[in-house]
Structures are given as structure tokens and as C-alpha cells.
Design a protein around this ligand. Structure first.
Ligand code: GLN
Length: 354
């Protein structure tokens, strides 16, 4: 049995996310207000790819049997700027199932429908400190799903999707995620069937939520819709555009379509910052300094608000289920491209004009 191995256990923070010698210098980490030009971005994503393509730490997820067949050598990086500039390296067009990265976009669409206060009350915005598929997290919180980026909160969120039938909810999700990507997203039938045959734990979580009065719709049907949303096919290039839409006030930088309101974008990024990398979200924020979301097939979206989005894909995962190469590449690029939202430079009085 592959990942996950530490269900319902406390996180282990003993392994650092990056090693000291990988850190870019401080001078490079100050946000510039916009992405560097496309040549510079391309040079730096190529450097990130070269730097980490031979890193073979971590394990490919195989608790969903069809994910275990992924080629661990695959590695793609893509950047999309808010003006629509895109540049990619490696296997950035390789398609894979979106998995937990879908949770962000379903949450954004539901937040757009229900509003800030309702999603905060019904789903929550706090980290659980426990693995993404923890049953104990739900029990410890008396049925409160805590946040939309763990399975309990994602199942709750999918239950809140508009529509009185599974088919209507599924159409809302598939159409909505396709608008984020800028083209129709297809279902990977093999991944869907493989997870549907093995998702007893998610069905149990949905039933548990129902027992706490947190699930109005049939929990088994909701688990099925959730399994489908996780099985939508995307590439690292798609993820970059989807991330850039969240970094651009909800307007897709390629199609120019308004997918969600700017305030919903902001709310979604805030939850990604607290919980996007599960129990390692604090380590991620400390090292990378940007809102992000990972999935067990190896995708990560990272958002630079007002600047753009980064999509990475590489299947080997750390113990929490986050792509190892994707995290390292994002750490490198956060510094090199000046994207860290916490970085600032002291004000220089002599240089100021007023
Ligand atoms: N579909 C997967 C699950 O529910 C998604 C998990 C993930 O990407 N972390 O287990």
C-alpha cells in the first residue's frame, strides 16, 4: 500500500522543505509588482527544471490504483502572467487528473454563489493539522469540516454546489473548472473508475458529515461527484492559467472571461494560504510565501496575486501528498521571480520623489 501512510497521526515537521544551499539570495526575493519579462521567466523556469529534474525523493501515489502507473520522471513547469503571457518547460502539456487541486476551484465557484460569510460558517477556513483524508479531524471538531481543501470540507463544498441532482452539480463543476482553464476539461474515465472502486474512506467521511447534519444531499452521490471532479484532466499549462485566473481578480488572462468576482478570488487565496498543502501549509508559506494547492497526482498551483500563476506537475510526493519537485521549483521561482507576498524592501527616503 503506498501513500498515505500516516492517516490520523500528527504531522512530522522534522524534514525541511528545502535545503539551505537551495535558497536564493535575499536580494532576489523582493516582490517587483509585476512578473519579469517573458525571456527572463523562461530562463528561470528552465533553470528550475534543470535543477530539480533528477531529484527522485518521494513516492508516486498508488492508493488510487490507476495513479500508481504514472511515470515518476515526468516534470513540467508553466507560468501564466495576468496579461496572458505563458511560458513552459518539460512535460507541461502532459495531461493528468487534477485531484485535490479541483477543491480550490469548486470552493471558489461555491463561494461566488453563497458568499463569504456562508462558506466561512458552513465549510470553515482553518487548517486541521491532520492528513487530507483524516476521519479523526472531523470527529475532533464535532463534525465541523474545518476547510474546503481537505476531503471532509471538499465533500461539504461539493454538497453545496447549486443543483438538485448529481448531474446538475457535476455540470456546474465541469463547466466552471473549464472556464478557469479556458477550454473544456474532460473526465479521465480510468482514474474515475479506479477511485470510485476504492473510495470507501471518502464515502465514510461523507456519511459521517451527514450524521453531524453537515450534508443535505445524498452522501454517496456527493462522493461520486467529488470523485469525478478529481478525475478531470489538466496539464501544468492548464494549471498555470487556472492559477493566473485566481491571481487576476477572477478574469481568465487568456479568454478574458470573468469566472468569479475579485472578492471571491481573494477569499479563495486566503484559504489556500492556510490549508493548501494540508498539514505542511505552514512550512510552505514560510518557504515559498504564496497561496497554493497540491494534488496527489503531482500537480501544484501557486498564485502570485496581481502577477500571475505557476502550474507544476511531477508525480513523486512527500508524506503529506505534495509533489516534491513541484515544491522545490516553486520555492526557487518564488525567490528568483520576486513573487513572495511577504517580502518587502525598506523604504529609501533619499530616492523618493514625494
Ligand atoms: N481524489 C483524491 C482523494 O480524495 C484527492 C486527494 C488529493 O489530491 N490530496 O483521496
Amino acid at each position: 500500500m503506498g501513500y498515505p501512510e500516516r492517516q490520523d497521526s500528527l504531522p512530522d515537521f522534522s524534514t525541511p522543505l528545502v535545503h539551505e544551499d537551495e535558497l536564493p539570495s535575499h536580494g532576489d526575493t523582493v516582490s517587483t509588482g509585476s512578473l519579469p519579462d517573458v525571456e527572463r521567466v523562461t530562463t528561470l523556469i528552465e533553470a528550475a527544471h534543470r535543477r530539480y529534474r533528477d531529484l527522485d525523493e518521494g513516492k508516486v501515489a498508488d492508493y488510487i490504483p490507476s495513479l500508481g502507473a504514472a511515470d515518476p520522471a515526468l516534470f513540467g513547469i508553466s507560468v501564466c502572467g495576468v496579461a496572458g503571457l505563458t511560458t513552459s518547460v518539460g512535460d507541461a502539456q502532459h495531461r493528468f487528473s487534477i485531484q485535490s487541486v479541483s477543491k480550490v476551484f469548486v470552493f471558489a465557484l461555491v463561494c461566488h454563489e453563497l458568499g463569504h460569510a456562508n462558506v466561512s460558517r458552513l465549510v470553515g477556513v482553518n487548517n486541521t493539522g491532520l492528513p487530507f483524508n483524516s476521519v479523526m479531524a472531523v470527529e475532533l471538531a464535532d463534525g465541523d469540516p474545518r476547510n474546503p481543501l481537505v476531503n471532509a470540507g471538499a465533500l461539504t463544498t461539493t454538497g453545496l454546489v447549486p443543483g438538485t441532482t448529481s448531474a446538475a452539480k457535476w455540470k456546474f463543476i465541469q463547466d466552471g473548472l473549464s472556464r478557469f482553464a479556458g477550454h473544456p476539461l474532460e473526465l479521465d474515465i480510468d482514474v474515475y473508475e479506479s477511485e470510485a472502486a476504492t473510495n470507501q474512506r471518502n464515502m465514510a467521511i461523507a456519511r459521517l458529515l451527514q450524521s453531524y447534519g453537515r450534508m443535505d444531499f445524498d452522501p454517496i452521490k456527493i462522493t461520486d461527484v467529488y470523485t469525478k471532479q478529481c478525475s478531470l484532466l489538466v496539464s501544468a499549462e492548464d494549471l498555470a492559467v487556472m492559477a493566473a485566473t485566481l491571481g487576476n481578480g477572477g478574469v481568465n488572462p487568456i479568454t478574458r472571461e470573468t469566472v468569479i468576482d475579485p472578492s471571491v478570488c481573494r477569499d479563495t487565496l486566503a484559504v489556500m494560504a492556510t490549508s493548501g498543502l494540508y498539514e505542511f501549509s505552514g512550512d510552505w508559506l514560510f518557504e515559498v510565501g504564496m497561496p497554493a494547492k497540491s494534488g496527489v497526482s503531482g500537480g501544484i498551483i501557486t498564485v502570485a496575486p496581481g502577477k500571475g500563476g505557476l502550474g507544476t506537475f511531477s508525480p513523486r510526493l512527500d508524506p503529506a501528498g505534495n509533489s516534491v519537485r513541484g515544491q522545490r521549483a516553486a520555492r526557487f521561482l518564488s525567490g528568483a521571480l520576486g513573487l513572495d507576498i511577504f517580502a518587502s524592501k525598506p523604504f529609501e527616503a533619499e530616492a523618493a520623489v514625494h
